[in-house]
Design a protein around this ligand. Sequence first.
Ligand SMILES: [Zn+2]
Length: 509
Amino acid sequence: MNLDWQVCSRARLSRDARFDGKFFIGVVGSGVYCRSICPAPTAKEKNVRYYPTAAAAAEAGFRPCLRCRPESSPGTPAWLGTSNTVSRALRLIGESGLEDGGVEVLAERLGVGSRHLRRLFLKHLGATPIAVAQTRRLHFAKKLIDETSLPMSQIALASGFGCVRRFNAGIRKVYHRTPTQIRHLARQKDMQPGNQYLFRLHFRPPYHWHGMLAFLAPRATPGVEVVEDGTYRRTISLNGRDGYFEVSLDLTRPALIVRIEFGDPHSLFFIIERVRAMFDLTADWSAIVQNLRTDQVLATRVEADPGLRVPGCWNGFELATRAILGQQITVKGATALTGKLVSSFGKPFSAANRLTHLFPAPEVLADANLASIGMPGARAETIRALARAVRDGKIKFEGVVDSDAFLNRLCEIPGIGKWTAQYVAMRALREPDAFPSSDLGLLRAMSLESSRELENRAEGWRPWRAYAAMYLWNIFGESKVRGEKISSNRKTAPLQQDASDRSLAMVGD
Ligand SMILES: [Zn+2]
């Protein structure tokens, strides 16, 4: 635990939203714990205790504040920097909870002993893995009570309590109120129709929403994704059910508004966690910006456009397929080709709002005749090989613990090279330091000749090179719009060191 008391104190007194979720405040006397932005009257310094996570505050005996609602905070930064194992464990808990096997199984997947994992958690988060998972479950239950009109019996199951009795007991113990009393407090204004859920997901400002949409819009797969009027929308398929969600910026507070239409409320936890990852909501901008500011090219851009995030993805297979489709062609060409793939092999989906298909499943693409949509033979075979590997369970995008091992397996597929692997690491595995250094756009933005030169320059940006890449693509994109020539003067620069990757002229996709 490495909390700087003075920093915490300043953030608390100024109710600084940039620190929201980076620590929690336990107030002695009232017995509640709060976010740094709590509107309640500020307690005296001698009566407050600082905790690195909500779970640590809960372990110390504090209850979540009903005013600032700690369950609504952006939460612990996804990447702690201090411990890879803890970061990965948090990711796994987010993906599946601790439901299947508890700490022992979690530790085994991470390749460490359960006692060691417990020690690491206590050191970095101030709470045990079980406490972290339980707090997450409780917070999610509270969110469902406050923000949806789901019956309590459904919430009990959707938040992983198993049965209503345990759910009621858990909520009562922590909040000293019944779930129904809590729902009355929330005073929901508008009832939502069945199967529709509206959530607010908070982030630590700044957040460059426009930059996020500007990246996603030209890459939106026709029929599967739509970006319009400041909103991102897409179809989703999960455990045999189909639905969609849409995301827009909340203009009244630092949050995104997410509307989900999905038939099975038990999948909500997973969907929400996936959306949070996709829109990079747990990023800790203040930590990222420190490194990026040290480079003069980045510093100017970071100053002008603060809060750019790394867009994740809904589904790793879909992202990787799209990256392969985009090899050697423009973003526009890749989007059109992906649209053809979807209309030929995707499952039809009937919702309004221009969503017409679900992205094709690996089972379908494994044996698909991709020549029919005008795809070159070698690239079609790469996609089929990827689809077969995913179908047969040889490659799994979920629950990746060792990124390097995963990427090595991915690169064994002919036609997938370093660029594609790094792009997948960046957007599907959410590795903040992933960096497709052979990308033409990145090189041009820095006016460099080779990926080696770029890698040397990027040493100073670690461990946030993925964020640097977003800024460089942003710089490159604008220079193209202005028609400037910021590229090198050498005509045929060796842009790709890795000949197996046919991604010579791709810019960000
Ligand atoms: Zn509070």
